[in-house]
Write a protein that binds this ligand. Structure first.
Ligand SMILES: C[S@@+](CC[C@H](N)C(=O)[O-])C[C@H]1O[C@@H](n2cnc3c(N)ncnc32)[C@H](O)[C@@H]1O
Length: 240
């Protein structure tokens, strides 16, 4: 199993929480900087796939600093969204944004584990996850939980990095993620491992059909994958 801190005795979940607590202050900046801002386009596109169903009650799993949930509120105008995350440091940044934008009546965040959601079954119209599933300790259990809390007919939209397959993007991307991204990430985040763990965890993560199969195993009736930008990232849509 790929974990952030190879020599740590802690389990993956604790290591992931520690890592995001360490880098929370620099997370938003590095996200947009290291992706050349393309992540903003992916986020918008992913959320737009929920427009036709007009979800009213939503859950954003692994909400982090809250950007995906905030974008959902802006695009979908949902009544209410709950964001959960295991990192209090990331949620503190989300809370600041909620206060600054006076959104506390529509967006609430709480500490919570994707693999053991504290919500009743069949409660949400839509569940979103951006760049979160790769960090779960047990991916299948996390996906089972997402399916459980969705209402029948509800939709999960999951955005995650994937591995480009075609020449020369595959080679260019590998060079960038192995040699450039970890160096820039280390300088700004001051965490030696966070941006080395990132490409390592992407390269080992199931994508495309393999990920769609996990969604079906979780109980989704249909699961679609839509590769973005030469397959650097993929949007998955599961319908319960
Ligand atoms: C790369 S960040 C993504 C944050 C945000 N969704 C975004 O789009 O920027 C991944 C987040 O997943 C959270 N996370 C990892 N494992 C989790 C789990 N089992 N349950 C809840 N959150 C988790 C981390 O704490 C971190 O905030």
């Amino acid at each position: 199993m790929i974990t952030p801190y190879e020599h740590s005795e802690a389990g993956k979940k604790q290591q992931v929480a520690d890592m995001f607590n360490n880098i929370s202050g620099k997370y938003d900046f590095l996200n947009h900087f290291l992706s050349f801002g393309i992540d903003l386009i992916w986020r918008k596109k992913a959320i737009s796939l929920l427009k036709d169903m007009k979800p009213r009650k939503m859950l954003d799993v692994a909400t982090g600093t809250g950007d995906f949930a905030l974008e959902s509120l802006r695009i979908l105008k949902s009544d209410h969204i709950i964001g959960i995350d295991i990192s209090q440091g990331m949620l503190d940044i989300a809370l600041k944004k909620i206060e600054e934008r006076s959104l506390s009546d529509r967006f609430r965040v709480e500490v919570g584990d994707a693999e053991n959601l504290s919500f009743e079954s069949n409660s949400f119209d839509a569940v979103t996850v951006a760049f979160g599933v790769r960090n779960f300790e047990n991916l299948q259990i996390g996906l089972n939980e997402i399916c459980r809390v969705l209402k029948p007919g509800g939709r999960a939209v999951i955005l995650e990095f994937s591995n480009p397959k075609a020449f020369p993007i595959k080679q260019l991307y590998r060079f960038y993620s192995k040699h450039i991204l970890p160096r820039i990430g280390k300088i700004f985040s001051k965490d030696n491992r966070a941006y080395t763990y990132l490409p390592e965890s992407i390269s080992q993560f199931p994508d495309g059909e393999s990920f769609s199969q996990l969604l079906k195993n979780a109980g989704f009736k249909t699961a679609q994958s839509r590769p973005q930008t030469f397959g650097i990232c993929t949007i998955y849509v599961g319908v319960k």
